[in-house]
Design a protein around this ligand. Structure first.
Ligand code: TMP
Length: 215
């Protein structure tokens, strides 16, 4: 089972990921957590380029290809082998983030993005996607608070530095994707307190995964 977490900056995905690991562990599932960009050692180097706020001159298509390079390495060496071994793979962002950030928000051709995914990532799709939906003004304020308190590195703020309108396009893009694929997407109100969000996520996971794992 391949589950992805998506949402704007500051939506609380990373906090919820910890709850999900604990919840699935209690239920006996062997799960693996990973993220994009940066889910491999080589991807970590690509991540540094992508999120460096000094790289404001990065061309939108070059940006797309760096995300795709990160993903090919990640899909082939991490995600597919774990899925083949029968594990639950939880991934903090995946292909939908590219459609939304590079496609909806930057305006790169979505046909190109989909075609690249088909050509080099075997068109791999998650079984379920949890979308942590939040007003971008609230999310950005949260994200900057994390940076200022040291909870998040300021070496990775290239997207936080984008204007509010960019993040509004990202949110709208995600909601559009959720409308297009209602069977895969679960839209969660990330404006609720973390415990309420965690309970909602557990209810969703309970409906996705059988209650017990076969020995
Ligand atoms: P995060 O790992 O802290 O969520 O940051 C990753 C950033 O990269 C986030 O701002 C979203 C952005 N991103 C894209 O623009 N395209 C992508 O394909 C992915 C995976 C992330």
């Amino acid at each position: 089972m391949f589950i992805t977490l998506e949402g704007i900056e500051g939506a609380g995905k990373t906090t919820q990921l910890q709850n999900i690991i604990a919840y699935l562990g209690r239920r006996g599932y062997e799960c693996v957590t990973t993220r994009e960009p940066g889910g491999t050692a080589i991807g970590a180097q690509i991540r540094a380029i992508l999120l460096d706020p000094g790289n404001h001159a990065l061309d939108a298509t070059a940006e797309l290809l760096l995300y795709v390079a990160d993903r090919v390495q990640h899909v082939r060496t991490v995600i597919q082998p774990h899925l083949a071994a029968g594990r639950v793979v939880l991934c903090d962002r995946f292909f939908d983030a590219t459609l939304v950030y590079q496609g909806y928000a930057r305006g790169v051709d979505q046909g190109l993005i989909r075609e690249l995914h088909r050509l080099v990532c075997d068109d791999l799709r998650p079984d379920a996607t949890l979308l942590f939906d939040l007003d971008p003004a609230v999310g950005l304020a949260r994200a900057w608070r994390q940076v200022h308190s040291g909870g998040r590195t300021d070496a990775e703020t290239r997207f936080e530095q984008e204007k509010l309108a960019f993040h509004q396009r990202v949110r709208a893009g995600y909601l559009d994707m959720a409308r297009l694929e209602p069977r895969r997407y679960w839209v969660i109100d990330a404006g609720e307190d973390a415990r309420t969000v965690a309970r909602t996520v557990e209810t969703i996971l309970a409906s996705l995964l059988p209650a017990t794992v076969d020995p």
